[in-house]
Design a protein around this ligand. Structure first.
Ligand code: SF4
Length: 145
């Protein structure tokens, strides 16, 4: 088994390779050629693997369901949540439970009282007490005083 085994499952295996290299310069003719190639990619079970390979090594043609120009668009990065900032004026309306808990732990680690953390995070004092216990357990496990 090697890293390119996925190619054996590619939907384009039995297609004319030329369809992945449009010859039209622009306009409806180019659109039609691109659409034809993309229609093959759309039913391909190894599109994700192909796209990784294409982004790294295939500068021309349609691959992984994208044109070369589309492949050059940077992939969106994961948003990094800054819990303290997010909770300065209370939890964001769209904050998830785990984000609120993470923010609470940051506030506890920063020395805020459990009462203040409960108020800022919009949770009960009991919940914060539980976070504090878990935080202490985790800190102790990691060798942090
Ligand atoms: S995604 Fe498209 S180009 Fe890539 S293997 Fe599948 S059919 Fe072929």
């Amino acid at each position: 088994m090697n890293g390119n085994d996925w190619m054996e499952r590619a939907a384009c295996r039995f297609e004319d390779p030329e369809i992945f290299f449009p010859t039209a310069e622009d306009g409806p003719a180019l659109d039609a050629q691109v659409a034809l190639a993309k229609s093959v990619c759309a039913r391909c079970v190894v599109r994700a693997e192909c796209l990784v390979e294409a982004r790294a090594r295939i500068p021309y043609g349609i691959a992984g369901g994208l044109t070369p120009e589309e492949r050059r668009i940077p992939r969106p990065r994961k948003t990094v949540v800054e819990p303290v900032v997010a909770l300065d004026d209370g939890p964001r309306p769209d904050a998830t439970r785990s984000e609120i808990q993470a923010a609470g732990r940051v506030l506890l680690a920063a020395g805020r009282t459990q009462q203040e953390v409960a108020r800022r995070c919009g949770v009960s004092a009991r919940t914060v007490a539980r976070w504090a216990t878990q935080f202490t357990d985790t800190s102790t496990t990691r060798g942090v005083a």
